[in-house]
Design a protein around this ligand. Sequence first.
Ligand SMILES: Nc1nc2c(ncn2[C@@H]2O[C@H](COP(=O)(O)OP(=O)(O)OP(=O)(O)O)[C@@H](O)[C@H]2O)c(=O)[nH]1
Ligand SMILES: [Mg+2]
Length: 401
Amino acid sequence: MGLNEVASAERVHITFFGMTNVGKSSLVNAVTGQDLCVVSEVEGTTTDPVKKAMELLPLGPVVVVDTPGLYDSTSLGKLRMEKAIGALDYTDIAILVVDAVKGLQNGDRELISQFEAKKIPYIVTHNKADLLDSVPQGNDNNIYVSATKKIGIEQLKELIGKFAKPNDKKIVGDILNGGDIAVLVVPIDSAAPKGRLIMPQQQTIRDILDSGAVAVVARPEELADTLDRIGKPKIVITDSQAFGVVSKIVPSDVMLTSFSILFARYKGNLPTLVKGAAVIDDLRDGDKILIAEGCTHHRQCEDIGTVKIPKWLNAHTGKKLVFEYSSGTQFPDPSDCRLVIHCGGCMLNEQEMRSRVARAVQCGVPITNYGVAIAHMHGILRRSLSPFGDIAAILDERKKA
Ligand SMILES: Nc1nc2c(ncn2[C@@H]2O[C@H](COP(=O)(O)OP(=O)(O)OP(=O)(O)O)[C@@H](O)[C@H]2O)c(=O)[nH]1
Ligand SMILES: [Mg+2]
């Protein structure tokens, strides 16, 4: 992925649903201004969801998805319904395309009830309005358009724009003010990818700039000298692996946290992961630990997961632990494990990471992540959570429990 691309997981997904032949593919082409999708008068032209990442004004980076049309009540129709329902899992805004002449069908009503059950905002788009005697006035979630005669396309885009909740979640910007300095500590060792920073580092820098604060990036070796020269920053954000050295250099009245803790908070999992780390102190001989990675190709993660974390855990606990490893799209059943330690999950979208956390929780198995576990073992978890008061309070509850 290039530096100037937005991760697919971060884009608003706009999916076009509807019965066969209503003009979904034509409408996707009209909205995107590109001939992305095959259009024909044959029913069932589109057989699998077609996704396209693009800039869509006034929204910005989006993924537009065309889906197979539904037939009423045939068995093939059922299969197509399942494919369309599958697309709901990643849909942020649904465009229900109906034939303006025929009006809403049973399949459309079925889809609407699915949107409502899943709380997905939707717009009913009456296409082929050119075949009506006159084009009716729409309202907040009904619009009349013609894909082929290009009627109402700009209005549809504006309506989509209104429906898209702006993603106003911040990685760290919510605790920074304009002019604050944030220092990022990035080890450049053999494990760092050649010639670039990794996604979480790039995203954090961008988030800092968005808040009007200043980002200073240094390797651990240059950190002490950098702090001498720039004075006290508001916060230092380090790669978790460097927590040990970095925590000794950063003055105790400067906030210190890690990329991995920031991203767990961003993805909404931090409280669970903090609770999970407490188990590290109760581990016994023979306990099985699942170390799970979201990606298969990133050497830095491999090295930290299969070498450093086991070594630190053995040293910290003094116990004989059994390690099991998984990576990529597979996440084994963790029920016979005492603890799951997951990577930061930068390659997994929010939904997927959340579902892994939920699976561990459902089996009653505590789960934590690399950064939280490392901070815990270095005795600096409380300090690295201190920028986020509400979450640090969990440590006190954890003690009482
Ligand atoms: N008159 C008119 N015809 C349209 C309009 N939009 C699409 N069509 C025609 O409707 C037919 C079906 O269009 P598609 O875009 O393939 O429809 P679809 O919903 O993607 O169909 P499936 O993929 O088979 O579900 C084609 O012959 C289009 O030219 C429109 O706004 N007005
Ligand atoms: Mg189609």
